[in-house]
Design a binder for this molecule. Structure first.
Ligand SMILES: Cc1ncc(C[n+]2csc(CCOP(=O)(O)OP(=O)(O)O)c2C)c(N)n1
Length: 325
């Protein structure tokens, strides 16, 4: 799919968010929901909803965000919202989008509204990936947001395909034999980008201008787009609730979570980290990684550092290879 062919409105520059004055003041998520204090995913949801210039229709997979916002008979959503199962969020979204198209055709709706999916890493990397792949392949217009707190948090901190190597979870404990999780994090961006969709990007709640700009860009495309948003969970990662944004910031500053986008097949790093902080600065403020700083886990720490370097180099290589293409 050619990016120029599907872009509906505006150029990248008009998507750029420079100050808070430019973003939508109206809250689309009411206060009083039941998320933990300092919940990263809820910060992500609020920022994304405010970045949208129109009221979106929200489709929400099972997970923390769904559970804390919709305790019957109350709801925190000030926009149309549908709760769907893990495995079918992208399929339901396809139906919503197709239904809106039909209503516009019949003259029963003036124009299509943006459709935004919120799903956790478990709902995206693992259980919902099949429906996601189908929707991306069919080209439905939607912004799929994966808020990544790097485990199945709602059911009690079990590892997911997004949990990083070496991290403690209840199903990847560390001990004499294991250093925490033994497998690497799945490259969801690579998988999604391989579908040839117009726009995919990573973002972090700590870099809100970058995140909001990416939301606007994504919503400007008449096709499927994807945002992979880093959203720390203080309960699961074991840090003080006041540190959520700091933890997310350190993930970016250590190159643990690089900020980049894939637009029309071109990779671009949106926050070049020329002088990375030591990875230890990110690991040491969370309980889930603290064991890696003990002498007996030195090898695992080196492995994790190597993975972080490899990932950074790979994205840089992709950016160099696709520049000007
Ligand atoms: C098919 C299916 N398997 C398992 C569950 C149980 N379940 C409910 S929420 C959840 C964890 C969700 O993890 P994630 O998508 O990462 O979101 P988070 O809880 O971290 O917000 C699980 C396993 C389910 N509802 N449906």
């Amino acid at each position: 799919m050619s990016s120029d062919a599907v872009r509906q409105q505006g150029e990248a520059s008009s998507a750029q968010v420079r100050s808070l004055f430019e973003v939508e003041r109206r809250e689309r998520l009411a206060p009083g929901h039941r998320a933990c204090a300092g919940c990263g995913p809820m910060i992500a949801v609020r920022q994304i909803l405010q970045a949208s210039q129109e009221d979106p229709v929200v489709v929400n997979a099972t997970g923390c965000v769904e559970v804390v916002t919709s305790v019957y008979p109350e709801t925190a959503w000030l926009v149309p919202w549908a709760h769907v199962a893990f495995e079918n969020s992208a399929a339901v979204t396809s139906g919503v989008e197709a239904a809106m198209k039909a209503l516009v055709r019949r003259g029963e709706l003036d124009k299509e509204r943006p459709v935004v999916v919120f799903a956790g890493d478990g709902g995206t990397f693992d259980i919902g990936i099949q429906a996601l792949s189908g929707a991306l392949e069919r080209g439905h217009r939607m912004l799929y947001v994966c808020y990544d707190n790097e485990a199945y948090m709602n059911t009690g901190i079990q590892r997911s395909g997004a949990t990083p190597y070496g991290a403690w979870t209840t199903t990847s404990p560390y001990g004499k034999i294991w250093p925490g999780k033994r497998e690497r994090k799945k490259d969801i961006m690579g998988i999604v980008a391989a579908h040839g969709i117009p726009y995919a990007a990573t973002a972090s709640i700590s870099h809100w201008k970058d995140l909001m700009t990416k939301v606007r860009k994504a919503l400007s495309y008449d096709g499927p787009t994807f945002l992979h948003v880093y959203a720390p969970c203080n309960r699961g990662w074991r840090f003080d609730p006041s540190l959520t944004v700091e933890v997310a910031k350190r993930a970016v500053e250590t190159r643990f979570f690089p900020l980049y986008e894939v637009e029309g097949g071109r990779y671009r790093i949106t926050l070049p980290v020329t002088k990375p902080r030591p990875l230890e600065d990110f690991l040491s403020i969370q309980g889930r990684f603290r064991h890696l700083l003990l002498p007996q886990y030195r090898e695992a720490l080196e492995t994790l550092k190597r993975m972080v370097d490899e990932q950074w180099e790979r994205i840089n290589r992709m950016a160099a290879a696709t520049a000007g293409s």
